[in-house]
Design a protein. Sequence first.
Length: 461
Amino acid sequence: MSFKTIIEPFKIKEVEPISVTSEEERVQYLKDAHYNPFMLKSEQVLIDFLTDSGTSAMSSRQWAAMMEADEAYAGSKSWHRMEAVIKDLTGYNYILPTHQGRAAERILYSHLGGKGKVFISNTHFDTTRANIEFSGAEAIDIPIEEAKHPMLDHPFKGNIDTKALEELILKYGAENIGGVILTVTNNSGGGQPVSMFNAKEAQKICQKYKVRYFIDCCRIAENAYYIKHREAGYENKSYKQIAQEMFALADGGVMSAKKDGLVNMGGFLALKDKKLADECTNLLIITEGFATYGGLSGRSMEAISVGLEEVFEPAYLQYRIRSTAYLGEKLYKMGVPLIYPIGGHAVYIDAKAFYQHIPVNEYPGQAMVCELYLKGGIRSVEIGSVMFGKYDKERKLIPAPNELVRLAIPRRVYTQSHIEYVIEVFEKILIGKDEVRGVKIVEEPEFLRHFTAKFERLNKT
């Protein structure tokens, strides 16, 4: 017998209080944070949808495993446990532990990058792009055409454009391609999944031109869910088997375990090629730590080992995907424009369509994240021209393809009533949306400006 209600497949045995603030208090808090939610204190936030990275609630099994951790500097039992779990999942022989995903990115892409090199992806995320560009290389996004239309329904809008991929390899020359990166799920593209067929087609092209092919695998369990339920031929495979098949296509994988590893800190780089692994290990030891801990404590490695098993449990994945979809579907029915279908880890609001009166150079996404906080204490993040916009030589904004606001839902943290509250906040935002004005940037760094940029709100003209 099946039920319409999808319940949380866990019981709560420990609680953490959250702060309930008034709108008057939030006005001052946001002003003090220069209208950048990254600068808010966590105790000033009621519902924190800033990121799903490292914000998960760990299970009793994970906490119990941490008590058995071996903190030896070299060759600890905890390292060998984590290494075995990752080898089993990925099929790769060479595992490099890192304190989080961007450290693995920096090691791999700084080694393969540099001036004149090009990396191609369905969509690079912010830290991936920053690490590539910091090396002097160029990062190019080639999502499929359907991904450029937020409300268009397509089962695998995270796919890479394979025709464009081959054209770019021929244009730049295979020897100048640092790597092709398939991000699963496609975070900046709305948390949309990638099909196995598309991953295989990309592999064929990379093999044809002898170009390295990597999986950004931080949400590969969520991606496996969509393949099982949307792609023919995978109905009878387990989520883990689907993930293993996708890993087998690539030369390596980069993971922030802070997502589908269900932990608060940790990541890894996994590779097939010994020579490349040896070269990256040198960088790992110089910058992160010895090869068997890489900046991680034994406790964190134990938690990752358990998390990478729990994340493929069917009850968990069903709850995870359906609870996120519930929020998105409710907002969609209210008339809130968003990326459809709903992604696995987040709901992406189309701020450009929501605030049609705010031009892109006044950052409608940033205006929305401010409104969400002011109206309901909800912290979210802009994924648009603040995060991905660039300037031309005259300092004129080259906007991002989309102006989005991401509501990234932490795993196993919030209950149904929290989600109902978020829906109610959007009801209030809809009422006065035409009166909202944009923002301007008054201070920004060269890379990853959305983390520390300072803004001012624009007044009515």
